[in-house]
Each structure stands twice: as structure tokens, then as C-alpha cells.
Ligand binder design. Sequence first.
Ligand code: NAP
Length: 639
Amino acid sequence: MTTSRATEPITANDEAIRGALNDAFLPALLPALAQATGDFALLRHDLRPPAAAPGMVQGGMSEEQQSAVRDVAFDALKVLRDGGVNAKQRPIEDDVRRIFKWMTSSPASDDYIPLLVEEAATAGQDPRAPTWHAGDEPGLSVAIIGAGMSGILAGIRLKQAGVPFVILEKNADVGGTWFENTYPGARVDVQSAFYSYSFAQKIDWPNSFSTQDVLLDYFRDCAEEQGIREQIRFNTEVASATFDEDACTWSLRLRSSAGVEEVIEAQAVISAVGQLNRPKLPDIAGRETFSGPSFHSAQWDHSIDLAGKRVAVIGTGASAVQFVPEIAEQVAELKVFQRTPAWFVPVPNYRDATPAGLEWLFLHVPHFMHWYRFWVFWTSTEGLLPASIVDEDWQSEGSSISAANDQVRQLFTMALNAQYEDRPDVLEKVLPTYPPAAKRFLLDNGTWPAALKRDNVELITDGIKQITRDGVVTEDGRLIGTDVIIYGTGFHASQFLMPMDIVGRDGIVLKEQWAGDARAYLGITVPNFPNLFMLYGPNTNIVVNGSIIFFSECEVQYVMGCLRMLVKDGRRAMDCKQVVHDAYNERIDEANLQRVWGASDVNSWYKNEFGRVSQNWPFNLIDYWKQTREPDPSDYVFL
Ligand code: NAP
């Protein structure tokens, strides 16, 4: 799969190569050069990066090491340019083992090697592709709901396996969240090298952290190149899905954007609707009475010119933190209503373009992007998970949950102190009192404090009493007159599959079975709902490690395994056993209570109305990967 340019031959002169090396990410460059030249002696012991940890500049390499790596890389690049390469093809496992050992100073356990090989996915390989084909008479049809990141992925895999499918998409185009969230400043907060499919890596990302338009183009390209678009019915919403136990098929009632209804049948349904696609407007008295324009961040009204207006923003989550700095410059007055301050991870290059030298290296060194992704993957497999695990003996009066967590708190507090040194009045409002990682971290390069300190911006932390015709009234009775209200108030995250009506065996309604407390086995299957598979379902959100694309790839791998069982064994349907589902959920709940997001009483979208963490995965990435590699038939009843 292409989605981007292929690496180009090196024609640059020595000086230009030297110049590019100044921008290189060295811990991934040497492995790429070793692989490209076949000269693994480049991976010298004394040049190993000492710290494979997130955020470490050059993996913690000393200045001397960096300089020596640049010299070694310079010679290797000249070899590549001057054609002295005779790289032998070796099994990828061998390369992965050697490179992993060099990068991390430790051998990879045999457990990890297949996972690392999948993630490395060096050019042209797709180790996660299905190894089976349904044949000419698959006897199985699938309806996928949603053409966002995970729906496209499911479509690609079904196509590879020769399983007929249709994708039903309520919007006019693919992309899901990246189609809908067009607010100014929207961008991802996982590096694009990793926030992309393992089998469709791009070498020419314009920024480390892509903007919304770039990601939308990426997902469009993926759908286009794989011939998935033809299988998508746009402007088509699924109103309900009902299982017919005799026929073992699902009937899906569709509604087009023109209001036309239709029923289609499929043997299996894959829900790929995501967790964050139904905007949530706050339950504030008088909201409907406001006389000016108002809209939610995920439904940005671009027809409204904010220039010179008095604007109120409610919410200071990931969305608001991105759009507030963008609009602050245009508006006359900006009042930002904050209920709970966020912990910020300082990321100096968060909004930067890919440096020219690094860009050149990605474009000219074969495999460099793959090993760069590999580094990002590895350093985020644990991420801040160890600092999120509750230490029962830790005493802190609620501001941290362990020594490691407290270290993070101190580090981030120092960063906030420095950023707001000149504005103690704002610092007081933005310093969180709950432990880091209990709510979602936000990434920033200083743009947010700069916006809050502007003369035309006020951060208001008084509670909101009501909204009137003229603006927002705080609890103490102050009326903040405003022309426009923008709601950055998040999504109905815990109301999975909302607002669809899903009816399973014996007329059981999913909404009623869940009763507001959505659960699933592996986040994918639910007892009484045979052949219904969810992607990014309950407890599959990760918050301090990994990327949800990694999770979607695991989920789709599992679903494909289920479909394979149905096709190959001539079965009609599979229903998750209640006992398996319950035991799994007990384990998840127990672990989430031992994580900072479960233990802390701060409010967050990770918890549902009962205070249960229904979104987050509490363990490591490899734990999920292992459990989803292949379904165990004994977990299911076959109909
Ligand atoms: P969010 O994180 O749920 O934030 C909603 C904000 O609105 C919070 O500050 C919340 O305050 C506030 N709020 C909600 N109801 C309120 C009320 N009645 N009165 C006053 N304030 C109220 O929503 P989001 O910012 O749209 O982000 C949602 C998720 O989408 C993110 O966590 C992330 O996973 C994803 N996202 C990612 C990116 C990215 O990758 N960079 C960007 C945008 C979104 P409390 O904190 O007190 O609840």
C-alpha cells in the first residue's frame, strides 16, 4: 500500500547530507541505515541510546554519542548514495531482534518478537493481513457501521479476505472524527508516525503531529487506494439493527440524509462508530434562550465570522485547548469557562513542521520511518502506565497516587509554574489538584498559556448558573454578555452505539441490557448479540500509552478470526458466553480501580453515570494484543 511517496535515491552532496543530519532522530536512523546497507556493525555498542523512554531527546544520547552517530550515519549515507550497497535479505525477525536490542539495551522476549515484527512492518509488508480467503462462495456478508479510522480498516481486511461487505456512513465522506471535527487548530496528539495504519505508513508527514486536514486526506487516500470507497454508502445512517435468530441474520434499518428508509440484511455487523462521535451539549439552564449563534466544537459553524465578536467558550478539554488560541486573535473578547483544569504535557514541537533535514532523511533513507515508528511505538507501550498504578500505601491527600505519579505531578507543576510565572492570578486557576492521568492529559507547546494571558481573554472558573438571552450568568450572579457561545463540552462517550436501537436474541435490547453501563468481552462482543462486533467498544480506550489505531488493528484481527471460524466451519453465528464476558469484566474493573483514573474522584469522560470506568483499558498493549490475536472458540456458543 502506498499512501505516500517511496524513498528516493540520494543525490545530495556531502554538505547537504551533513546538514540534514543535524535534524536527524538518531536512535532510529542507525537501525534504518544498518538495514538499508546490510551493515549491522553500524549498531556499535558504545552508540546505544541509553534511555528508550517517551520524550527523551535523542533517546538520552550524550552530545559525544550524537556526534559519533552522525559521523557513522554520514559514512553510511555516502555508501547508499554511491551505490556500494549489497544488502542481503534476512528474516525480519533477526533484524528486529538485533535492532531492538540495540535500541533498548535489552533483548526482546520471544513473546514480544511477533508483535514487534508487526509494528516494524518494513516497507511493503503487512504481517497483520488475513492469511485466509473466503473463496468464491463465502456464505457470509458483513455490514460495517461507520467509515472512520476503524471502519475503513475493517473494510480493508474484509476485502483482503474476500468477504462481501458494505460500509454505512452517516456523513458525506470518510474520516469519522477527522471529517467532523473541523474546528480551528484541530490536530492529533499521538505522533503521526504511530497514529497511522501499520501497513500504510507515510514517509512524508508535514508535521510530527498532523493537523485535521492532513489526517482526513490520509484516511481518504487509504480508502481510495484499497478500493473501499465503492463499498461505502454515504449519507446513510443506521437507525436500528435486529437479529433474526431463525435466519441468523441482522436486519439493519437505514435512513438516508434525504429521509428515505430501507432495510438491508447482513450476517454479521461490525460497529465502527467510535466513542467520541455524539457531541454533548451541557445541561445548563436557559441554554435554549440564548439569542446569538451557538455551536459545539465538533459541529463548528464556519459561516459565523467571529472577528470583533464577544465570544464565550464553555469547556477546557482537548478540543477547546486547540481552538481557543486560534480564535483568541480574531475576537474582541473571549471568556473561557473552565470547570476543571487539565494537566499539560509540555511538547515543544507539538505544532512544528517536520524539520527540513528530518524530512529529507525520511524521504531518502529506506526504512527510516518504520524504525522511527517502531521507536515511538516502543517508548509508548508502557508510556505513563507505571505512573498510573495506585500504591495503596501512598499518602498524598488526593494529589497523587504513588511516588512515580507524584514525580510526574512535580514535573508538570514546575512547567506550569514557569509558564505562568508572570501571571500568578492565572496560575492559581490552572493548577490541578487531582493526580496526573486521572483525566486526559493535554499536549501543548506554550500556545495555551499565551492565549490565556492575552488582554482580550479571561479564564473564568466561577460556576455557571444559567444561560440567558444575553450571555452566561455565573453562580455569583455576574452576567457575561456575549455574542456567540461555543461549546467545547465533549461527547456522550459512555453511551456506546448511541442512538442506534440494537435488538439481539429473544428481543433483548442492547440499551436495556447495558442500562447505561456498557460492557463487552474484549470490548468487542456482547452476550445475546451474536455476530455483532464492536471496534473501539467499552474499555478499549488507552490514555497514557499507545494509540487507538493499534487497538483497532488488534480488534479487527480478532473479528477477522471470528469470521474465519464462521466461514471455514460453515457456522451461522457466534454468541459470547456470559460467564466468559463476566469474568473478563471483573478483571477489567478490578484493574481500573487500581489505576489513577478509577481511583481518583475527579470527574472525567472515562467514567459512566455509575462512576465505573467504562472506557479505559487498564493494562499494557501486549496484553490486549495477545488476547485478540485469535479468538478462542470455547468462549462462544455457536448457533
Ligand atoms: P472533554 O475532554 O470531554 O472536555 C469537555 C470540557 O467541557 C471539559 O473541560 C468539561 O469540564 C467541560 N464541561 C462539560 N460540561 C460542562 C458544564 N456543564 N459546565 C461547564 N463545563 C463543562 O471534550 P473534548 O475537549 O471535546 O475532548 C474529548 C476527547 O476527544 C479528548 O479527551 C480526546 O480523547 C479527544 N480529542 C483529542 C484531541 C487530540 O488528539 N488532540 C483533540 C480533541 C479531542 P470538566 O473537565 O470539569 O468535565
